[in-house]
Design a binder for this molecule. Sequence first.
Ligand code: BJW
Length: 243
Amino acid sequence: MNDIPGELVERLRDCRRLVIFTGAGVSAESGIPTFRDAQTGLWAKYSPEQLASPEGFRQEPQTVWDWYAWRRERCLAVQPNPAHRAIAELQRRLPHATLITQNVDGLHQRAGSASALELHGNIHRLKCFRCGENSGAWPDDCSAPPLHSCGGLLRPAVVWFGENLDHEVLEAAWRAAEEADLFFSIGTSSLVYPAADLPFLAQRNGCYVVEVNPQPTPLSAHANLCLNGAAGVVMPAVVAALG
Ligand code: BJW
């Protein structure tokens, strides 16, 4: 998929506010399974809602902890891919660009993205399940969830189903979407709210919305342009077309 329409290139050159909004598909080519493909092997009998929820952690803290420890190991073991690097390059060339990610893997930052609004938190940090206090990095021994000083269990500092997103991060994302005149939605199934609302919010404000995904999503019928391909192929082609 190397055919980037000239109209999109013009829009990129002329845009005043760009939003790049990413999901798990952007990290797929690094070898991190997308969220809804991730339940393989050991985890096949669990749904994402079971593992990524306060109820799941309350009922089976060890299982949920083990799942995140396994995923964190994978995040550390893999490298950013051409999609992450192309997005970082777009941010360098277009300083008005805002990167909003649902990913918790930290790969955008490792690819050189100086700033990213992490809507669903970050798997590399911990916080207390009981009092919510941030508690820094993972311990050397990851065999069981450690105890916080308040007596609660530590958990990854990510946003689970039924939990509120960080107010300031969400506000900043809403603002960026409202002000955008060009919006890329890349590698997300557009199923999980409130994140999935962002491209629609942008479009209601007159923004041109581009989706990058090999598969159709609920956004596809509404997007102004769908680039049906892998992010690791399409995004470098976008950067190359920009010249
Ligand atoms: C490629 C590719 C390649 C593959 N290149 N592409 C309004 C309506 C309906 C429901 C709700 C609503 N508002 C709230 C809800 C409830 C809920 C929700 O949305 N449920 C839906 C399932 C219906 N939302 C929430 O609970 C949120 N909280 C909230 O709203 O608080 C207020 C509230 C409180 C109480 C009650 C009600 C409201 C919180 C959502 C938190 C989501 N957390 C997770 C886990 C984070 C930690 C972790 O990683 O473990 O976030 S769930 C999971 O889904 C993760 C992801 O960030 C998120 C989105 O997934 P994503 O990124 O789209 O991945 P996939 O796997 O779904 O899709 C991958 C895509 O890539 C596919 O399309 C592929 O085709 C594509 N692809 N290869 C490009 N190479």
